[in-house]
Design a protein around this ligand. Structure first.
Ligand code: ACO
Length: 153
C-alpha cells in the first residue's frame, strides 16, 4: 500500500475547499475560521485525499474545526489516523485538551470520535438553524444541535 503523508499546508497553497465542504456545507462559514487556522493535508501519490483543520480556542485548548476524507478513501481507517495525528500535533504544541464539534445527526462521526477517546462536554442548542441558511438532514435526522466533544492530551 502506498504511504499516506500528512503535512501542514503552506500559506501560498490552494485551500482544499472540496474536502472542507464535505464536513461543513457552507463556504461562508468555512471562511470565518480557515484563514486563522492551520490546515493539515494527507497525500497519497501526490494527491490530497484528506485534511483536517486546527484552531486554538485558548492557550490550553485547540479545536479540530474540520476533518474530511475524500469519499473514495473513506472507511479505510484514514479518519481515525488523522484524529490521532491531530492529537499528537496538538500535544507537541503544548495544548492540554483537544475539542471537536459535530451535529446531533452525525451518528457515524459521534461513534468515531468517542471511539478515539473524546467525550461529550457540551450541547449548543439550535447551532445549525442559527448559523446555516439551509436545513441539514443527515441519516433522516434534522441536524439542529452542536455536540462538543473533548479529549485530554
Ligand atoms: N458512519 C458510520 N461509521 C463511521 C462513519 C460514518 N459516517 N465514519 C466513520 N465511521 C466508523 C468506521 O466504521 C470505523 O469504525 P471501526 O474502527 O469500528 O471499523 C471508524 O469510524 C473509523 O473510520 P475511518 O475509516 O477511520 O473513517 P473515515 O476515513 O471514513 O473518516 C470521516 C471519517 C472523516 C467522518 C469521513 O467519513 C468523512 O470525511 N465524512 C464526511 C465529512 C464529515 O462528516 N466530517 C466530519 C464533520 S465534523 C467536523 O468536521 C468537525
Amino acid at each position: 500500500m502506498t504511504e499516506l503523508t500528512i503535512r501542514r499546508l503552506q500559506k501560498q497553497e490552494e485551500i482544499p475547499y472540496k474536502l472542507l465542504l464535505l464536513a461543513d456545507p457552507s463556504k461562508k462559514n468555512i471562511d470565518i475560521y480557515i484563514f486563522s487556522s492551520d490546515i493539515y493535508i494527507a497525500e497519497k501519490e501526490e494527491k490530497v485525499i484528506a485534511c483536517y483543520v486546527l484552531k486554538a480556542a485558548d492557550s490550553k485548548t485547540i479545536e479540530i474545526k474540520n476533518i474530511a476524507v475524500d469519499p473514495a478513501s473513506q472507511g479505510k481507517g484514514i479518519g481515525k489516523f488523522l484524529l490521532n495525528n491531530a492529537c499528537e500535533i496538538a500535544s507537541k504544541n503544548g495544548f492540554k485538551n483537544i475539542i471537536i464539534g459535530t451535529g446531533n445527526s452525525s451518528v457515524g462521526q459521534l461513534y468515531l470520535y468517542q471511539q478515539a477517546g473524546f467525550s461529550i462536554i457540551k450541547i449548543i442548542k439550535n447551532f445549525f438553524p442559527d448559523n446555516y441558511d439551509e436545513p441539514i438532514i443527515e441519516n433522516g435526522i434534522e441536524c439542529r444541535d452542536m455536540l462538543v466533544l473533548s479529549k485530554a492530551l
